[in-house]
Ligand binder design. Structure first.
Ligand code: SF4
Length: 598
């Protein structure tokens, strides 16, 4: 019979399955009393670049009595080998079968990874449905953005932990440990009662009206919370952070040290789920960031440090931080990378401060091409800012500009679509001569839960394809290049994003038909998803393309993300009137609910 070692010699990039990376934590299971598998439902190079996973790995492994081990979605060749050899999916630290862990925690970052969750459970020999599992099986838990609108995975997950992971995971580990040995139904109830941030879907029942519309999600017991609140880390300086990041043997998406400057964003872009659900803004101090940078550099030898956040321009000590980081790390030939800056900050004095900054591509996300539509989505940048910024960028030696746009935004007109091409060419023209290089990424607007646009319909796939075709037909010259997100995948993403428990049937159906690694162009198969939705008696359009009533029960209403529904609705109405809303960090609290929720 084949062994893991024999299989590894036959699969592509075997180093992603072997563990033993620099700084990996391997504990003797005889010395711990809780085994926690951290499951990332995408491949190793993607999961190893995810900061949240690294943080939870750090928090759990700091506990002497807990062993946290990683597992990622295997590539198709590895899956086929495991199946052929009847070998289960194992952790990469100690090759322990997942079924032998006390708990498996999935990090839900993207809807198109949902089928990977089922695939990984199945590869582990664990029933995918919660109702089919018993006391012998590990507890299946999940967190991350997917836990904010969890119903499409409700039948598969025993417990969703809602909110900042480092705030939740120790309480979760303790609850798992202390309820071990209880009969499963008692255990689930004890877990649901253990924290206001734990959602145990098996303890809630959907109620629907005669037309099958969802009208309520009722707890089965009085002791179980009606709404599940989001856990919020209050002080990032006190929060655990990876001081000895793992150094993979294989190339990953981000091969560098990542420092999270702050969490949350209050600019208020009305389409942005992260901006709405991670409020309020919390900053790490310059002192703490420098400590972390020195520790991580000493422990890894990485040659790049990324200063990351949703909106780094809003970090109040940005200049002081950059000066200190530059002084400390440029002499060591460590490059600094800054993400998510406003265009004027990228071009004004910050690059001059960072001697090591690479002037390759200036990235800007105007999202819409005309000021009117940008006001509607509350995107705080004007066309004049953008053109002025691009001109400076080319003058300062930046090689190319990358622009992100969305099509299908609420209130978009034909002129807005045409203006994307015009604006991209205007940006190119700022370089003079033959024009500058401009790369344009065009995605489709997906209405996301917990945003002011959560009630809005996604544009029909045919309409989005027509908009893409229109842009292609207007594009001219080779200096400006357009790339488009796959319309069909965005359509399924929207249906999963706004799904209820009926959509879970489609998720399972799609997986059984062979859908896996749906986030990857080469693996996504739209017809298969349509078939799965049809078999479940629903259509993606019922969720993606419908306008939801403002007084309608939404499938994620039981999750309290902090920002209130009243605030989101007021923002929707302001959008319809073309009114902008200022960032509350500029002075006036808008009572969105995020701080009050604390
Ligand atoms: S409650 Fe007020 S200060 Fe806090 S994030 Fe919301 S608007 Fe800003």
């Amino acid at each position: 019979m084949a062994t893991y070692d024999a299989i590894l010699s036959r699969v592509q990039q075997p180093a992603q399955y072997i563990g033993r990376e620099w700084n990996a934590v391997v504990k003797d299971h005889a010395d711990v009393d809780l085994l926690f598998a951290l499951a990332f439902p995408d491949t190793y190079p993607i999961g190893m670049s995810h900061l949240g996973l690294a943080i939870i790995y750090e928090v759990l492994n700091r506990q002497p009595h807990v062993a946290a081990e990683r597992v990622f979605m295997p590539l198709p060749d590895m899956r086929a080998e495991l199946r052929a050899a009847s070998l289960p999916l194992v952790s990469i630290e100690t090759r322990t079968p997942l079924a032998d862990f006390d708990a498996i925690g999935f990090s839900l970052q993207y809807e198109m990874c949902f089928t990977n969750v089922l695939a990984m459970l199945d590869l582990a020999g664990i029933p995918v449905r919660s109702a089919a599992r018993d006391e012998r099986h590990p507890l299946i838990v999940a967190g991350g953005p997917g836990a904010m609108a969890p119903e499409p995975l409700a039948p598969f997950i025993d417990l969703f932990a809602v909110g900042d992971g480092e705030e939740l995971v120790l309480a979760l580990a303790e609850a798992i440990r202390s309820t071990r040995g209880l009969p499963r139904d008692q255990r689930l109830r004890a877990l649901a009662e253990a924290s206001p941030h734990f959602y145990v879907p098996a303890l809630y029942r959907e109620e629907r009206d005669a037309s099958r519309r969802l009208v309520a999600l009722k707890p089965l017991h009085e002791s179980v919370p009606t709404r599940i609140s989001r856990a919020v880390v209050k002080d990032l300086d006190q929060a655990a952070y990876p001081e000895r990041p793992l150094v993979p043997f294989v190339e990953t998406v981000h091969d560098r040290i990542t420092l999270e400057l702050m969490r949350g964003c209050t600019q208020g872009c009305r389409f942005c789920q992260a901006g709405m659900t991670r409020r309020p803004v919390r900053e790490r101090s310059v002192k703490r960031l420098l400590e972390l940078a020195h520790a991580a550099y000493a422990a890894t030898g990485h040659s790049e440090i990324s200063l990351a956040s949703l909106s780094s321009s809003d970090y109040s000590q940005l200049r002081a931080l950059i000066e200190a980081m530059d002084a400390a790390f440029t002499p060591l030939r460590v490059n600094l990378a800054l993400s998510s800056l406003r265009v004027n900050d990228q071009l004004a004095d910050l690059p001059a401060l960072i001697r090591a900054v690479r002037k390759s591509t200036l990235t800007v996300a105007p999202e819409a091409a005309r000021d009117t539509l940008r006001r509607r989505i509350n995107k705080n940048i004007t066309t004049d800012d953008l053109l002025c910024g691009a001109r400076q960028a080319y003058q300062q030696g930046w090689r190319a500009v990358k622009l992100y746009f969305m099509i299908g935004l609420p209130g978009e007109t034909e002129e807005d679509v045409d203006a994307i091409v015009d604006l991209a060419h205007q940006v190119s023209a700022q370089r003079g001569g033959r024009g500058g290089e401009v790369n344009v990424a065009v995605s489709s607007f997906v209405p996301k839960p917990h945003t002011p646009f959560q009630w809005e319909p996604m544009a029909e796939p045919e309409a989005l394809r027509a908009k893409q075709a229109r842009i292609r037909s207007l594009a001219r010259g080779r200096r400006v290049r357009f790339k488009f997100h796959d319309v069909e995948r965005s359509h399924i993403e929207a249906a999963l994003s706004r799904g209820d428990r009926s959509v879970a049937e489609a998720v399972e159906g799609a997986w059984r038909l062979g859908a896996q690694l749906d986030a990857w162009d080469e693996h996504f198969r739209y017809p298969l998803w349509l078939q799965a939705f049809e078999a479940a008696g629903i259509r993606p359009a019922d969720y993606a393309n419908r306008t939801w009533g403002e007084d309608e029960r939404l499938p994620w209403d039981h999750i309290d993300a902090g920002v209130t529904k009243d605030f989101l609705l007021a923002e929707k109405h302001r959008a319809e009137r073309g009114e902008t809303t200022a960032d509350c960090r500029d002075g006036r609290c808008l009572k969105c609910g995020a701080c009050l929720a604390e």
